[in-house]
Design a protein around this ligand. Sequence first.
Ligand code: ZN
Length: 202
Amino acid sequence: MKILCVGRNYVEHAKELNNPVPEAPMLFMKPATALLNQGKPFFYPDFSTDIHYELEIVLRICANGKHIDTEFAPKYYDQIALGIDFTARDIQSRLKEKGHPWEIAKAFDHSAVVSLFIPLPASHTEGLRFELRKNGEVVQSGSTSDMIFSFDDLITYSSRFFKLQQGDYFFTGTPAGVGPIKVGDVLEGYLQGEMLLHCEVK
Ligand code: ZN
């Protein structure tokens, strides 16, 4: 399986990192080895001193497809979860300055925490609220109604380049409020008020 991700899919988050708002989804990927199932601790890696959390809604791809038309895109995902796209911001900033690829800042082992999946709520097109609490304090809150590119847009665009396969995951972008973690932090993700994700930093 692969983990597709989109960067800068919420205007306020693009602004907080001084990035322009993109005209097309800015895709990147994480390998299967990046996956950290929920409930397992995240061990702070030795290659970075500035790991950031990014809380995101994750789609589970439920059918194989390529060149998917927008009208059929909803048939390609049926479950959602919350995920944390852990990012080595210090490494990413250095690589961005040089115009180099970001892989080691984004796709390292256990950089993709994913909660249990739940069926996609029928009301999702009206916007799903989600928030991240760090040590009990709300640090990120967003709604999918603020996404620049919708779930369907992401499915359609990405499938022009990458065949989507059943069991793939799609991280759909983070709202504003990203920030650093340290050893001992407890991260909890809430979707529509219900806690879905729990991760301790060790
Ligand atoms: Zn992200």
